[in-house]
Design a protein around this ligand. Structure first.
Ligand code: BMA
Length: 329
């Protein structure tokens, strides 16, 4: 039984593996990682930074599959157990009233959020530079694309799973045309998911593993302690960027107010599949599954921009860790 109150569904079929004996960290990796190999599809170079949700009696998701031209594509996929995935070999074709928006060039780093009566997909959409694409689906077969949320340049658009103060709400991270050497998380609201405004600053990079830039990861989890936001942080090493992840608690009604923030990371690239790949030293979370009953959480993250991995933990323990190791500037 979870100690904190988690607002969300019970998920008795959540993918799960017990904490290995003697393991002291808050999160532990699935022993069979990576769950999605780079060559699952005939034409895939890599499958990573992807989003999964509970769907019907199993799970569905939107996957970043870079093809063998190294074009970044979004594919739908399905799974009975959340660990073994069938991904459609063809990318998603989005239906859109305006071809100016619908004919985007490439899409990557999707998030999927159940809100009201539909799944809303947000992703980094190349439209004269990266910005936030938005679409919705009911069945992971037909996807209706809406207006891009923001002007370029922006990445890591992450919806909240309910309206806040009467408006839809999204986190994002304004950026530049390249591999952006900066990045703060911002909060924006919209009455209709088309026009976004009331932008508020949430958090800036801090020291250490999160000193270069930060960006929201999975859909924030609503708890009695605040919104649990798992986010990636980037350190600029002499050998390039290192992507690790941590967590923060945001105020429930004013989510731009950070209540607690983990000064140490929760997970840092340390295994072979996180440290070796197309982009070494990357652990990039884009989704989580949570069982509100037990507090079990399965975090899905891209490893080394090549494969998809899962880490397990308990929401209670993550919150305790964030509170006990917090620094808010
Ligand atoms: C970011 C994004 C992510 C990627 C990361 C590490 O800028 O492109 O998709 O995982 O860099 O390469």
């Amino acid at each position: 039984m979870s100690k904190v109150n988690i607002i969300g569904p019970s998920m008795p079929n959540i993918p799960w593996e017990e904490r290995p004996e003697g393991h002291k960290d808050v999160l532990w990796r699935y022993s069979q990682n990576p769950v999605i190999p780079r060559d699952l599809l005939p034409n895939s170079n890599s499958i990573f930074n992807s989003a999964v949700v509970p769907y019907e009696d199993g799970f569905a998701g939107v996957f970043r599959c870079d093809d063998r031209n190294r074009y970044m594509r979004l594919h739908a996929g399905f799974s009975k157990d959340g660990l073994s995935w069938e991904i459609n070999p063809e990318p998603i074709t989005f239906e859109c009233d305006d071809p100016e928006i619908g004919n985007f060039i490439e899409g990557y780093d999707p998030r999927v959020c159940w809100i009201e009566d539909r799944f809303v997909v947000t992703w980094c959409n190349l439209y004269h530079g990266p910005t936030i694409g938005v679409a919705y689906t009911h069945d992971f077969k037909t996807f209706h694309q809406m207006e891009n949320a923001f002007l370029p340049y922006n990445r890591n658009g992450v919806m909240f799973p309910r309206k806040i103060n009467g408006n839809y709400a999204m986190l994002s991270r304004p950026s530049d045309t390249g591999h952006t050497p900066f990045g703060d998380i911002f909060y924006s609201e919209s009455p209709d998911m088309e026009f976004w405004g009331r932008h508020r600053h949430v958090m800036a990079p801090m020291g250490g593993w999160q000193s270069k830039k930060v960006g929201a990861g999975p859909i924030p989890i609503e708890t009695s302690e605040g919104w649990l936001m798992i986010y990636h942080g980037v350190l600029n090493s002499c050998n390039g960027f290192v992507y690790a992840f941590g967590a923060a608690l945001l105020d429930l009604e004013q989510p731009w107010k950070v209540l607690y923030r983990s000064e140490p990371y929760l997970l840092q690239p340390s295994t072979l599949y996180e440290c070796v790949g197309d982009v070494p030293n990357v652990a990039f979370p884009c989704a989580s599954l949570v069982d509100a009953e037990t507090g079990r959480i399965a975090i899905y993250y891209g490893a080394a921009d090549t494969v998809t991995a899962v880490a397990f933990g308990y929401v209670d323990e993550i919150i305790e860790f964030v509170k006990n190791n917090s620094r808010v500037e």
